[in-house]
Design a protein around this ligand. Structure first.
Ligand SMILES: Nc1ncnc2c1ncn2[C@@H]1O[C@H](COP(=O)(O)OP(=O)(O)OP(=O)(O)O)[C@@H](O)[C@H]1O
Length: 581
């Protein structure tokens, strides 16, 4: 049975409970890890106990026939213990990595369910921190703590039973120390969790700052902000250092407490042995064995208590990872209907970002094969309309329809087949141009790729590049110009053969060639696709069959470019402003 990360039940839950349930998703590897840990610990303890027995026999001058089997037993258990330790290292990491893999997939699913609306307040560096560092921190729990804890119950229990068989008083004097020893990490458990959470948050903040600094390096250089950026980085580093120091101080205090209790228990057992020896309640030959058994009862518990004192950070990481795994999608995908055609309809659409109204009763239609330009001042809600059509967000009231069907009634995967999206900043992967184009249709033939590139006016410039379609784009298309990037994004959208194309035109200025090529591309697409263009350029607006003018989230007017030029003063003013549409 393999538990998918998102199948962990929702609602009130404990972090450890969720992690244990996840562990149960790999029952074979979990059982093998526990078995290997038990063999390793039992082998080591048995060989020591038999060695001590042997020493006892030697002290009393026992005959060879008595000590020979013990010697062999000691050797076999030492080899078994060493083999168990090697096997444990192998299997416990296989177990941990299998779970981390499940978690990584679950984290990515969580990010996907929340995207793009749900995570707009979270910096990508912080998300990366959860996906990489937090998930990795859980490796410590799965690979080391879990099986060790189980072994730490079994091995000391067996040692105490053996000790009671030799001399019950020795078990009795040890008993009060055992719960005290194991309880140490719990004394400051809540504080450890809080400190772990603060430490993780500081690390995530530092990660986000570094990634932002790398992404914005051009702006930092252009505005002479290197010193300011370094100072900000220094603040994040200082915060991390101070959180790590606080965490280490508490861990150190706990470890000191564990050492103290362990030493007190050992001293008490030794004194008790001496007293019992004095009163002849313990034979001299039994002393070495009882000392080893006392150690076997204490050491695994102390070891687990020691690693448990590091669990504050693990628990904080687990809480962040689990929050992502339980992330609900703001968009429900349970529609069953298919669009009847490629028309679009906004009907009394109302939408707000965090209670801030953005669209206030928007109505417009785009007929199949029509090109409509959405124009309006910056912030008027044009991109929001496009986002709602892609169902990146959900309308708060009113309806958006595609082919006469409410978007909520259409399966999301179907919607993605019907609508292709070209954003202002369409992301290009650091792959070849062909690889980026294939995102639109992975099985596309070379001929289909070139036809799409032709339609998007991209073929000629791609051919002129040194390696043609195999030229690498660089991180986010850094090796291409803005106009080239957008034409590749259009070609990629065309390749998907969706009948509706939504384009958020780049508001940044393009060179004359790119601008001309983009206009040509749009001209070539007119009539073949339903085109909804968030338009900023007068040349694009003029091509549209109809223009919808938005202002402050309301439709101010709609009609042909000429009609609006005639009757709408705001439209004339808008076109008069450079790049303001
Ligand atoms: N994720 C968000 N969270 C909060 N407010 C947002 C978010 N995205 C957009 N807004 C706000 O919604 C309003 C409409 O934004 P939108 O991007 O739709 O405008 P626009 O007309 O496309 O502008 P532009 O032409 O400048 O791209 C703006 O006031 C903007 O500040």
């Amino acid at each position: 049975m393999k538990v998918n990360a998102h199948e962990i039940p929702q609602g009130p839950r404990s972090t450890w409970g969720d992690l244990l349930r996840l562990s149960a998703g790999q029952p074979r590897l979990l059982a093998l890890t526990i078995a290997a840990t038990l063999i390793a610990q039992a082998g080591m303890v048995t060989s020591l106990a038999l060695g001590a027995w042997l020493a006892g026999l030697a002290l009393t001058g026992a005959p060879e026939s008595l000590w020979q089997p013990v010697l062999w037993g000691m050797l076999v258990s030492a080899v078994a213990g060493a083999g168990g330790r090697w096997w444990q290292a192998h299997i416990s990491h296989a177990f941990a990595f299998a779970l981390i893999e499940t978690l990584q997939v679950g984290i990515y699913d969580g990010l996907e369910r929340a995207a793009p609306g749900g995570l707009s307040d979270t910096r990508s560096g912080e998300q990366a921190n959860v996906a990489l560092n937090d998930a990795q921190a859980l490796e410590h729990f799965f690979a080391h703590t879990l099986a060790d804890t189980i072994a730490a119950v079994v091995v000391p229990l067996l040692a105490l039973l053996a000790l009671a068989w030799i001399q019950p008083w020795l078990t009795l004097v040890l008993l009060p120390f055992l719960p005290t020893l194991t309880s140490v990490p719990f004394w400051l458990g809540e504080r450890a969790f809080r400190q772990g959470r603060e430490m993780n948050a500081a690390l995530a903040g530092l990660n986000a700052e570094v990634i932002e600094g790398i992404e914005a390096r051009r702006e930092i250089l252009l505005f002479n902000q290197e010193a300011a950026w370094r100072a900000r980085l220094g603040q994040y580093l200082a915060r991390l250092k101070s959180e790590q120091r606080r965490y280490a101080l508490r861990t150190g205090a706990e470890q000191g407490g564990i050492e103290l209790i362990q030493s007190l228990a050992l001293i008490t057992a030794l004194v008790a042995s001496a007293v019992l020896l004095e009163y002849q309640a313990l034979a001299l030959a039994q002393v070495p064995l009882s000392v080893v058994l006392v150690g076997a009862a204490l050491l695994p518990l102390a070891e687990v208590a020691r690693s448990a004192s590091q669990l504050g950070a693990v628990r904080a990481s687990a809480a962040r990872v689990l929050a992502l795994l339980h992330q609900r999608s703001p968009i429900q995908d349970n529609g069953q209907r298919l669009p009847k055609d490629a028309s679009i309809e906004f009907n009394q659409v109302v939408f707000a970002h965090s209670e801030r109204p953005v669209l206030q009763g928007v109505n417009f239609r785009v007929e199949t094969g029509e090109m409509v330009a959405l124009v309006g001042p910056s912030g008027s809600g044009k991109t929001t309309c496009a986002n709602l059509l892609m169902r990146f967000y959900e309308v708060q009231s009113g309806t958006v329809k595609l082919g006469s069907e409410d978007l909520r009634d259409i399966p999301l995967s179907e919607l993605r087949h019907w609508i292709a999206w070209v954003g202002q900043e369409a992301y290009l992967f650091d792959d070849s141009i062909e690889g980026n184009l294939r995102l639109g249709k992975p099985e596309a033939t070379q001929q289909e790729i070139e036809i799409a590139a032709h339609q998007a006016q991209a073929h000629d410039f791609i051919q002129a590049l040194p390696e043609g379609y195999q030229t690498r784009c660089g991180a986010n298309g850094a090796r291409l110009s803005g106009g080239q990037r957008q034409r590749i994004a259009i070609a990629r959208a065309l390749l998907s053969q969706a009948p509706v194309l939504v384009m958020d035109e780049a508001s940044s200025s393009l060179d004359a060639d790119s601008e001309h090529a983009l206009q040509q591309a749009l001209l070539a697409l007119r009539g073949q696709y339903t085109l909804l263009v968030v338009a900023h350029r007068p040349s694009t607006i003029a091509q549209a069959d109809r223009v919808v003018l938005l202002q402050d989230g309301c439709i101010l007017d709609q009609g042909s470019h000429e009609q609006l030029l005639h009757r709408c003063e705001q439209y004339v003013q808008l076109l008069a402003q450079p790049a303001s549409a």
